[in-house]
Structure formats: structure tokens, C-alpha cells
Ligand binder design. Structure first.
Ligand code: GLU
Length: 473
């Protein structure tokens, strides 16, 4: 259903982008239809007795593509959610996983309620009740469908989901792999919380390193010194902003739903996050200018805009006023298809969501692997690698006659911890995928933008899976 701006619905937007890319393939129509549609949509209601009394809540789990199993995707807790949105997000998960070579199909779930209106005990009850509905219909399981956090949910809810699943499946040795994004003590992996933000940073850094692309945008090479606006100071936006700031970018504006703040000299992300925690609002931060209409912050002077809140933030209404040269999509679907046309005409580079925010699901994949192997990354080889490095250092000392200092030795001869392995896997994934997409874009001058190139990459990978499985000739 079209939104209030009479633009396409979210799922229609995703499909329009899909169709634009599909033109560059020679796959049969039936195969493209099979890739595009949602394989299964489970829409249900369930009763709960919360501190407010008896209520009936609406839930969804959409499994978009079974070309690889399990299917994977977060669960959104929001009173604004609707079925079209869950379908769009599930489809994006399929394409996202394909782009970064995470061997899963896509899925998404949602519960229509605002967790902020409920006590922690109520949210736990609702989460467990929702999970039992998924179990009842086989919409959750390590080899079937593996949820994760999304807008409105976090590691806390994932622990409850894992516990509910384990309770219904006593003795199932891989039960913890039924959900990712769990706390580390409950089988989570180090680095998952910041993974989406860190992945955005790696992707953006890779894009800014390409001097040819930067010259075309009238920008200098490198992320350092670039003015950045971030919309959303939740888990994704906060970490993206923080890693960009650490790399030398200047965060000139931060926007949240209650308003935005601007300081052309730069904002300290941690100080702003603390201020918001203490006062309950981003507004009133010392030294910054308040902007009460938060959306206006997207139109301020900057080189990079990172929309990291919700979908449909850059529309045909505000696209022409956006000054950023690079839109780095941290959220899913923040730019409508109509807005993107306007931006592309202005020569703006849009780094698409389905690539740029794939860091979350990438590290979810690592968590799933950890749960199936039942061992922490680095546990088996950390000491071995450490002593191998140490032997090399000693050989160098003997041949040069120069001993290494304790500081040098501890820095060089260090075996990897779990966090080192996770971050290096994430960096490798984001860098490789960016260059794959960029090469597709460069391979054909008719391919208009990175999003089309990313869709093309995904469509071809999924089509290959269907063809090799014999589902399509
Ligand atoms: N909800 C996140 C996303 O949209 C993470 C999904 C996952 O880790 O499965 O990418």
C-alpha cells in the first residue's frame, strides 16, 4: 500500500529495485519470480496477560527464500509495523546474505507493540509467547529459521528466545543456534552488538579509499576529515558514528526522534550518548545548536549522511535538499526508489543498505557457527599461534643480535582472541563484498548505481543456487 507521500510501499520499493537489476540478467521470468516473492508468510495473533490485563497481540514471521537454509533475520518490536514492512525486510535479508556470502535465506519477524509501554516482565512474557508460536509452526530452529535482534529488540530478548526454544526441545544439543545476537554468557559471540555499526564503518572506509570515485564526487580520498551526519543513535547509529569518529571523520550532526543537534566543529559521540542517557533527550547538548524538527538535520551541510534509524526517511519530498555527496544506508530501506532517482541525478553516491548494514548478519553467522561447534573462536589455536610468533621473533633476534623489548614482543607475538577473529572476518567480508559490487558496476556502463549492482550480485548468486539445486533448469 502506498505511504502518505503516495510513493510505493516498502516492499514495492524493494521489488522495483529488484526489477531494475533483473533487466541486466537473462534468467527466465519464472526463476526471477521465485527469487522475488516471499516463500512463506506466517501472520498470527496471540493472547497475553500483561500488567495491563488481557491483550491480543499481532505477530509475523516471513520466510522469504529457501534457496539456502536456515533462513535468517531479526525480530522487530514496533507498534508501527505492518505486513508489507516485514515482507520487505525479509526480502532484503535474502539479498543481504547473498551479497556478503552468508549462506542463509532471508526472513524477518515482528510483534506489533511498543516495548517502551510495557514492563520488563511483560516484554519477557510477550517474547516467550511469540517464540512458542514460532515453535508450534516450525518457524524457528538452528537449521530452519534463526531470528536475531532488530529495531526494538536486543540481546536480552534473544536470551529469552533461546531459553524458550531449549525448554521446548530438551536435550537438543544445537539448541543455542536457534537465535543469534544473544548475550556472550548465553552463547553469544563477542563483537555482535557493535557489528552492524562496525560493518558500516568498514564499508564506508572502503568506498572513501577509492580515489577515482572520490574525485568524481569532488571529494578527497579517505574517511578522515569528512563531515558526517548520523540519523539514529540506537545500536547501529551509535556504533557507526563512533567508529567513523575514531577514524578521524567529523560528526557534525546527530538526529534522534526527539530532535537533532548540530556543531560544525564536531560532536563527541560518547558525550552526546551520555547526555541523552542523563537528560532523556539529545537536545540541549553543550556547544551544539538544537534542531527541533529532526528530519531537517538530514539537509545540513556535510559530505556523508548515514541514515541509521528507520525506513523511508529520504523521500521525493526532501531528496533534492540533501547536501551529502555520499548516502551510507545504515538502516534498512531509508531511501525510497523515487528519492534515489533524484539523488542519482545530482551525482550522489548511495551505498545500499543490503550491502552496508550486512555486518550484523555476518557476525550472526559467526555466532551460529560458534554455537554449532560449541567452542569459542580462538580457544584451540591462540596459544599455538602465540608460540609460533614467539619462535619467529627469537630466530630474528638470533640472526640480528637485537633483542625485542617486552612491549614489542607482547604486541607482535599475540594469538587472536575471539573478538580479533570476529572483527577480522567482518572486515574481510565487508571489503571483499564492496569490491565485488564495485566491479559489477564498472563492468557495464548501463548499470546505474551501486544498489543495482548489489541486487545484480545477489540475484545471480541466488539464481545459481536454484539452478544447481535443479529447481530451475
Ligand atoms: N536485524 C538485523 C538486520 O536487519 C540482523 C539480522 C541477523 O543478524 O540475522 O540485518
Amino acid at each position: 500500500m502506498p505511504n502518505s507521500n503516495q510513493e510505493l510501499s516498502f516492499f514495492e520499493n524493494v521489488n522495483r529495485n529488484f526489477d531494475r537489476a533483473a533487466q541486466f540478467t537473462s534468467h527466465p521470468k519464472g526463476l526471477l519470480e521465485q527469487i522475488k516473492g516471499c516463500n512463506s508468510v506466517y501472520s498470527f495473533q496471540f493472547p497475553v496477560r500483561t500488567s495491563k490485563g488481557f491483550e491480543v497481540l499481532h505477530g509475523w514471521r516471513v520466510e522469504h527464500s529457501y534457496h539456502k537454509l536456515p533462513v535468517k533475520g531479526g525480530i522487530r518490536y514496533s507498534e508501527m509495523v505492518n505486513e508489507d514492512e516485514v515482507k520487505a525486510l525479509a526480502a532484503l535479508m535474502t539479498y543481504k546474505c547473498a551479497v556478503v556470502d552468508v549462506p542463509f535465506g532471508g526472513a524477518k519477524g515482528a510483534i506489533k507493540f511498543n516495548p517502551r509501554d510495557y514492563s520488563q516482565m511483560d516484554v519477557e512474557l510477550i517474547t516467550r509467547r511469540y517464540t512458542s508460536e514460532l515453535i508450534r509452526k516450525n518457524y524457528i530452529g538452528p537449521g530452519v529459521d534463526v531470528p536475531a535482534p532488530d529495531y526494538g529488540s536486543s540481546s536480552r530478548e534473544m536470551a529469552w528466545i533461546a531459553d524458550t526454544y531449549a525448554t521446548f526441545n530438551p536435550g537438543k544439543i544445537d539448541a543455542l543456534a536457534c537465535v543469534t545476537g544473544k548475550p556472550v554468557a548465553e552463547g553469544g559471540v563477542r563483537g555482535r552488538t557493535e557489528a552492524t555499526g562496525r560493518g558500516i564503518f568498514y564499508g564506508l572506509r572502503e568506498a572513501c579509499e577509492n580515489s577515482e570515485d572520490m574525485r568524481r564526487l569532488g571529494l578527497t580520498q579517505g574517511l578522515a576529515g569528512k563531515k558526517v551526519i548520523v540519523q539514529g543513535l540506537g545500536n547501529v547509529g551509535y556504533h557507526a558514528a563512533k567508529f567513523c569518529q575514531e577514524a578521524g571523520a567529523v560528526i557534525v550532526a546527530l538526529a534522534e526522534y526527539e530532535g537533532a543537534i548540530y556543531n560544525p566543529k564536531g560532536l563527541d559521540v560518547d558525550a552526546v550518548a551520555n547526555h541523552r542517557k542523563e537528560t532523556g533527550s539529545i537536545l540541549g547538548f553543550p556547544g551544539a545548536t538544537d534542531i527541533t524538527n529532526s528530519r531537517q538535520a538530514l539537509e545540513l551541510e556535510c559530505e556523508i549522511l548515514i541514515p541509521a534509524a528507520l525506513e523511508e526517511q529520504i523521500t521525493k519530498e526532501n531528496a533534492s535538499r540533501i547536501k551529502a555527496k555520499i548516502i551510507a544506508e545504515g538502516a534498512n530501506g531509508p531511501t525510497t526508489a523515487d528519492a534515489e532517482e533524484i539523488l542519482l541525478q545530482k551525482g550522489v553516491m548511495v551505498i545500499p543498505d543490503m550491502y552496508l548494514n550486512a555486518g550484523g548478519v555476518t557476525v550472526s553467522y559467526f555466532e551460529w557457527l560458534k554455537n554449532l561447534s560449541h567452542v569459542r573462536f580462538g580457544r584451540m589455536d591462540k596459544r599455538f599461534e602465540q608460540s609460533a610468533f614467539d619462535r619467529i621473533l627469537r630466530a630474528v633476534e638470533e640472526s640480528t643480535g637485537r633483542p625485542f623489548s617486552d612491549f614489542e614482543r607482547s604486541r607482535i607475538a599475540k594469538g587472536p582472541d575471539e573478538i580479533d577473529i570476529v572483527n577480522s572476518g567482518l572486515e574481510e567480508t565487508m571489503t571483499t563484498a564492496y569490491n565485488q559490487i564495485r566491479e559489477i558496476l564498472k563492468s557495464n556502463s548501463k548499470i546505474p548505481d551501486l544498489r543495482t549492482a548489489a541486487f545484480l550480485s545477489a540475484i545471480n548468486k541466488i539464481a545459481t543456487a536454484y539452478i544447481e539445486l535443479g529447481i530451475f533448469p
